[in-house]
Design a protein around this ligand. Structure first.
Ligand code: CP3
Length: 347
């Protein structure tokens, strides 16, 4: 018989209800922390920060030191995959990511056939360092973007409202879209396997742009690719735990659960756990889902939001989190108050 995990988050991912709920927050290492901004300045560019293990380790640890979250998520970005495949990627101050758009089969051919894993060695080294430096009770998380979300950046070359360029490509040239998605499935699977080997205990897939997909495209571009990655990872590394976050996944979530895709499903803030959870099949765990703006507001708005989630998930395997990433304008005191409320202690 395999040993039962002792870390709170791994117990939840094993299907065990844990109380008080373990907590981490998406984008917990970031600009709302003054110590992050200082290290970010020291690093120079955002990609230099991602690819310098000593600095990436430092910013991963900052929110753990300050707040004692139950999980640390390695510091990196979903766009290191297109970068490693050979696409030009830059992060422009106050504008976000910029890539040289991939729009033709000729552009696609210029990308590497297989993910050159050695280009991502700094990420694996960061994980290796973190396995040694994290407190013993803290779960180490790896991650990658889901293929549709990453493809939408690769095609548009930037963030776009409703991912219109990638959606249009999916209608006009489904064969091109499928080749790109398949490439990302293979790359992401190989990348996550290496993350597990480097010390990640669980990984999260970020489908940040699931809400843009019409039902007719959802299975082909989101559910299927995610299912193939999770199956490939689990086949290679059966112990790996997976959290699947599909922003806008709403009505599709029960299909992820019944297909057994993911040990936990992360809910975005538009979903009411009191309604969703009773209908979710199987023993799938859940994660989420306070509105990041309720955390900025703090006070009663935050307390009500937290209390509603706590009462809806009581007795179930659930990890407390936000319904999407924390925003740069979030006051750090509110984060401390959030954790105290979830843990039933004082800030
Ligand atoms: O703490 C953590 O969660 C780990 C680090 C992490 C980052 N990005 C660091 C980052 C993670 C998990 C991501 C994922 C990511 N990156 C997603 C999916 C999650 C989500 O929020 O939907 C997406 C869509 C990206 C792409 C990306 N990276 C964008 C759109 C931007 C610019 C927008 C912004 O917030 O400025 C980034 C840059 C980025 N990635 C920053 C951080 C901390 C800010 C850059 C900076 O410090 O200048």
């Amino acid at each position: 018989m395999s040993e039962r995990p002792t870390k709170a988050i791994l117990r939840v991912l094993d299907g065990e209800p844990v109380w008080p709920l373990p907590i981490w927050i998406m984008r917990q290492a970031g600009r709302y922390l003054p110590e992050y901004r200082a290290t970010r300045t020291q690093a120079g560019s955002f990609l230099d920060l991602c690819y310098t293990p000593r600095l990436a380790e430092e910013v991963t640890l900052q929110p753990i030191r300050r707040f004692g979250f139950d999980a640390a998520i390695m510091f990196s970005d979903i766009l290191v995959i297109p970068h490693a495949l050979g696409q030009e990627v830059r992060f422009v101050e106050n504008e976000g990511p910029k890539l040289d758009p991939i729009t033709s089969s000729a552009d696609l051919k210029r990308l590497a056939d297989e993910l050159p894993l050695d280009r991502l060695d700094p990420v694996f080294e960061t994980l290796d360092c973190l396995s040694a430096s994290l407190p013993r009770e803290t779960t180490l998380l790896g991650f990658c973007g889901a293929p549709w979300t990453v493809a939408s950046y690769m095609i548009a070359g930037k963030g776009t409202p409703d991912q219109a360029p990638a959606r249009l490509t999916a209608y006009r040239d489904p064969a091109f879209m499928q080749v790109l998605i398949d490439k990302l499935v293979a790359a992401s699977t190989a990348y996550l396997i290496r993350q597990i080997d480097a010390g990640a205990e669980a990984v999260q897939l970020f489908e940040s742009f699931g809400a843009a997909l019409p039902p007719a495209l959802f299975d082909k571009l989101s559910l299927d690719p995610i299912r193939r990655i999770v199956e490939g990872l689990k086949q290679a590394r059966p112990q790996a735990k997976v959290i699947v976050f599909v922003r806008g996944g709403g009505s599709h979530l029960h299909r992820f659960a019944s297909a057994g895709v993911g040990d936990a499903l992360a809910l975005d803030w538009t979903l009411d756990p009191a309604q969703i959870l009773p209908d979710l099949p199987g023993r799938v765990a859940t994660q989420g889902n306070l509105d990041p703006l309720a955390l900025i507001a703090g006070g009663e708005a935050m307390e009500k939001g937290v209390d509603h989630i706590l009462s809806a998930v009581r007795g179930r395997p659930h990890i407390f989190n936000l319904g999407h990433g924390i925003l740069p304008e979030t006051p750090t005191e509110h984060v401390a108050q959030l954790i105290a409320r979830v843990r039933g202690t004082r800030a």
